[in-house]
Design a protein around this ligand. Structure first.
Ligand code: NDP
Length: 314
């Protein structure tokens, strides 16, 4: 006989600023939340160094330390934290079901989704092999290691522009590899990039292979207009081609936009399914900040609490 599924009032999926903030609010509202961390407890901030723009830390704080503090605060009010991954959901009906990687079913009256987003990669074999050996998806985290050395960055959006500008202060010159003959970034960011002397934009250029055995020594690029192949000597190779929300498991269950971001009702965290709320980067491709994620995590817990009250569950 299979064991009866656990049944909880509030389940939170994800452990970044949104998930932990939802947990603090839900726990203090006596919802006895359980929180599934996913396979990267702490989320994207775990691969960040100094966080200087989170209010309340006048001297800045290291990303992993901040997430440790978030976790402790959630636990202090009784959140049950489970270091497991959720791999399947059924969000039909009043009581929802989710399943852990190990196949355990958990039933929940309300669910808060805070599964975040992950950086996109080019998909080159050499990119995988040299990750953390000169290849990075976060210039702000890792740029410092390449002070005074040539680096390249792939992408033409606001993130790539912002990161190229950041790198240009550390590493002369910065080679920006742009696959078209224009940037997608906002006009103001384009102007800044194009006016910065030590950022060299390579138009119509794609990375074919990152060179090096144990560390990056260069990148082989192709001009997709002329088919000319060349090598640029760089020590750091940054990828800034966007993020992908971690929402695959909700594909057939919830409304999402073309790129997979969950759709919430304006001014709230309600998804199209009753009792299911979305917060953080899984539903936000615009702001993507720790503080905005935490804010929507708080909103999701308050929305869940109101929903459970209206349903007469609490
Ligand atoms: P975007 O999707 O806006 O841009 C991605 C960039 O990467 C595009 O230039 C795209 O090229 C390029 N790209 C995608 N795939 C590949 C590939 N396989 N090979 C080479 N290049 C590739 O992502 P961002 O992360 O830059 O921005 C996401 C959102 O966040 C945007 O709305 C942006 O405005 C916002 N943002 C705002 C900031 C701010 O206001 N300060 C800072 C950072 C982000 P192509 O153009 O050819 O498609």
């Amino acid at each position: 006989m299979p064991e009866a599924a656990e049944h909880h009032k509030c389940v939170i999926i994800g452990s970044g600023p949104a998930g932990y903030t939802a947990a603090v609010y839900a726990a203090r509202a006596n919802l006895s939340p359980i929180l599934f961390t996913g396979k990267e407890p702490g989320g994207q901030l775990m691969i960040t160094t100094d966080v200087e723009n989170y209010p309340g830390y006048p001297d800045g704080i290291m990303g992993p330390q901040m997430m440790e503090d978030f976790r402790k605060q959630a636990e202090r009010f009784g959140t049950d934290i489970r270091y497991e991954m959720i791999t399947k959901v059924d969000l039909e009906g009043d009581v929802h079901s989710i399943w852990t990687e190990g196949g355990q079913e958990i039933k929940a009256d309300s669910i808060i989704i805070s599964t975040g987003a992950s950086a996109k990669w080019l998909g080159l074999e050499s990119e995988k092999r040299l990750t953390n050996k000169g290849v990075s998806a976060c210039a702000v985290c890792d740029g410092f290691f390449f002070r005074g050395q040539e680096v390249s960055i792939v992408g033409g959006g606001d993130t790539a522009a912002e990161e190229a500008l950041y790198l240009s202060k550390l590493a002369p010159p910065v080679h920006m590899l742009v696959r078209r003959d224009e940037l997608r970034a906002s006009k103001i960011m384009q102007d800044r990039v194009l006016k910065t002397e030590n950022i060299k934009v390579h138009w119509n250029t794609e990375a074919q292979e990152i060179l090096g055995e144990d560390e990056v020594t260069g990148v082989r690029v192709i001009n997709n207009k002329t088919s000319e192949v060349s090598i640029i000597d760089v020590k750091g190779f940054f990828v800034a081609i966007g993020h992908k929300p971690n929402t695959d498991i909700f594909k057939d269950a919830l409304d999402m936009d073309d790129t997979g971001y969950l759709i919430t009702k304006s001014g709230s965290t309600h998804t199209n399914k009753e009792g299911v709320f979305a917060s953080g980067d899984a539903q936000d491709h615009v702001y993507r900040q720790a503080v905005t994620a935490a804010g929507t995590g708080c909103m999701a817990a308050l929305d869940a609490e109101r929903y459970l009250t209206e349903k007469g569950i609490i």
